[in-house]
Write a protein that binds this ligand. Structure first.
Ligand code: COI
Length: 356
């Protein structure tokens, strides 16, 4: 493997004093990992350098045509002070799949993972201590050719930045209210919905803003053809509990194959819950919720962890679940997942990568 050079910053930033006020993605650490790509040469010059601005030509392909993909993973501090990552190789593998769909080069997954681990070692003092906090890690790949023709770039940059975070939603584990979007769609079959490309998120921003103005935290996307079936919430995959049975939309090409989604389905089965991946009509969600057979709804994601959904609004119709409180299934899965991530519970699936 190519050696990773390290240039340490001579001007370290002040670390946040109050870990209860970290929020999400506002503070960045002292260093970043970078490597570059050229067609015919592959990935080269892997390096850890002080966190810094990029200088870019205004005609860079990424600025015009959005060839940009990213990942999100976290480093957790155990009670003994040691650090650990959760399934980081799965993020690198997903980034290669996103890259293929976006006409970008496959990642050197091994080198990227090594860069990530080395960066976390350099930034170890930035991993917060309080329960529920972590160091959020954002691997990103962008195209860097300078041209206005719509063609794949021949040059790319991969970089990783880190941010100490608390919970993604401002009220932590308090259930969120979700607005069912029936005008705009996020993705269609054959499109880029299954990738973590910047464009998927760009397409979601307007609907998110409208929902926020109405007092809702996020938008629940429906399928792009009939607008009848549940897809995802953009920052999380959706799960519905019918007592001890957990149902989630099947991976159909237009929703993100979430790593937390996959982990929760595995843990749920190990805990004795029945799971089913299928097409879920939003009408059934409302009808079953009102009939009381659907008992809980929650989202899963790296940033969001497990986020109970206390309310869904579709048109003028409102569905309140669990009296707006977290339900027992979401709580059990949250405790199990975070127990493994923070080293309080044994990792029986080989998901943890210890850093120290
Ligand atoms: C993550 O959960 O890591 C994500 O990338 C979602 C996000 C847009 C914050």
């Amino acid at each position: 493997m190519q050696p990773i050079s390290v240039t340490l910053s001579t001007q370290l930033k002040e670390k946040p004093q109050d870990e209860s006020k970290l929020g999400f993605g506002r503070i960045f650490t002292d260093h970043m990992f970078i490597m570059d790509y050229e067609a015919g040469k592959g990935w080269f010059d892997p390096r850890i350098v002080p966190y810094q601005n990029f200088s870019m030509d205004p005609a860079s392909v990424v600025l015009h045509y959005g060839q940009a993909i990213f990942e999100g993973t976290k480093c957790y501090r155990r009670q003994d002070g040691g650090l650990q990552l959760f399934r980081p190789a799965a993020n690198m593998a997903r980034m290669s799949r996103s890259a293929e769909r976006m006409g970008m080069p496959a990642l050197d997954e091994e080198l990227a993972l090594e860069g990530l681990k080395e960066l976390v070692k350099v930034e170890q003092d930035w991993v917060p201590h309080q329960d529920g906090t972590s160091l959020y890690i954002r691997p990103t790949m962008i195209s860097s050719d300078v041209q206005l023709g719509v063609h794949a770039s021949k040059t790319y940059r991969f970089f990783i930045i880190c941010s100490p975070v608390g919970s993604y939603y401002k009220n932590g584990l308090q259930p969120v209210s979700i607005y069912v979007e029936d005008k705009y769609v996020r993705a269609v079959r054959g499109g880029t919905g299954f990738t973590k490309c910047a464009g998927n998120y760009a397409a979601s921003i307007l609907a998110g803003e409208i929902a926020e103005k109405k007092g809702y935290s996020q938008v629940l996307w429906l399928d792009g053809v009939e607008q009848k079936y549940v897809e995802e919430v953009g920052s999380m995959n959706m799960m519905f509990a019918y007592g001890d049975k957990i149902v989630t939309p099947a991976l159909n090409g237009s929703i993100l194959p979430g790593i937390t989604r996959d982990s929760i389905l595995t843990l749920a089965r190990q805990l004795g819950y029945e799971t089913e991946e299928k097409r879920i009509a939003i009408r059934d969600v409302f009808d079953d919720g009102k009939a009381g057979t659907l008992t809980e709804a929650f989202g899963t994601g790296t940033a969001a962890v497990i986020s109970p959904v206390g309310e869904l609004l579709m048109d003028e119709e409102r569905l309140i679940l669990q009296d707006g409180k977290i339900g027992p299934v979401a709580q059990k899965l949250y405790d199990t997942l975070t127990g493994i991530q923070y080293g309080r519970l044994p990792d029986e699936n080989g998901w943890i990568v210890k850093i120290s």
